[in-house]
Design a protein around this ligand. Structure first.
Ligand code: HEM
Length: 227
């Protein structure tokens, strides 16, 4: 069992692991690209492309949020190596999502796009999520971490939880017109679970710190007994 555990760590630390994850992350895009040029996207290819890239953005956001819980629960620190790449793939898919919408729905007409963002609340929410994701992608490099300082960088990257909630709201609002929420609830459940885990560990750490602090400030038991 121990050997298997150590073996899994070693496997994730191999130089080939990152390129392999990269290729896996690129597969949905490759398939969509192939399908678009080979007429495999159904009766409405533009809509299929916009929806599929929206789905993959949300999936990558969920995968990024799952890295730390999985790393801690499974005791696999090597998983942290992939977090930045997964986050950048979330940004890559939202860019493709935004470009597909701007091209196929709006014909790259910037005035029309601006009007649509202002007119349709679900687009406004999606666009806000995209805007918030941009500084996270821009500061995902070591030089940015150094420039910001670890504390400020970590605080900024907590925005990913707000982005996940905005992505869910965008999805919910879009599906409200069709009264079809089944998939939305699955993603909402996953985000709630991951957010719940974060809040739980935060509280556990805070309580530990408080009790350690009060133990340090309390007089030792022997002294109390002598009094
Ligand atoms: C983090 C940001 C975003 C996430 C997570 C996201 C996610 C999604 C999801 C999950 C869907 C539904 C896919 C389905 O029905 O299976 C969707 C649809 C859509 N999104 Fe986004 N989106 C984001 C940003 C944006 C932006 C920036 C725009 C445009 C400005 C946009 C425009 C649209 C449109 C037009 C649809 C399809 C509506 C339809 O087919 O009726 N989204 N998005």
């Amino acid at each position: 069992m121990l050997a298997w555990w150590a073996g899994r760590q070693k496997l994730l630390m191999r130089p080939a692991a990152k390129p392999l994850v990269f290729v896996l992350c690129l597969m949905p895009f490759t398939w969509l690209f192939y399908a678009a040029f080979n007429d495999h996207l159904g009766a409405n290819p533009a809509e299929a492309l916009i929806r599929a890239t929206g789905d993959w953005t949300l999936r990558f956001i969920c995968i990024v949020l799952a890295v730390t819980p999985l790393r801690v629960i499974s005791g696999t620190p090597a998983l942290a190596r992939f977090r930045r790449m997964l986050g950048l793939f979330a940004y890559f898919y939202v860019i493709v999502h935004l470009l597909s919408y701007s091209w196929f729905d709006m014909g790259f007409d910037v005035t029309d796009i601006a009007k649509d963002i202002a007119k349709r609340p679900f687009i406004l929410v999606g666009f806000s999520a995209f805007l918030l994701l941009t500084p996270l992608a821009a500061t995902s490099f070591n030089a940015a971490i150094k420039a910001l300082g670890t504390k400020r960088w970590q605080l900024l990257h907590k925005l990913v939880y707000l982005i996940a909630c905005l992505g869910l709201l965008h999805f919910f609002w879009m599906r409200a017109g069709k009264n079809d929420f089944s998939e939305v609830f699955v993603y909402a459940g996953i985000v709630a679970l991951l957010l719940g885990w974060r809040v739980g560990t935060y509280w556990a750490k805070a309580r530990k710190r408080i009790s350690a602090g009060s133990e340090r400030s309390a007089p030792p038991m022997q002294k109390l007994q002598k009094r």
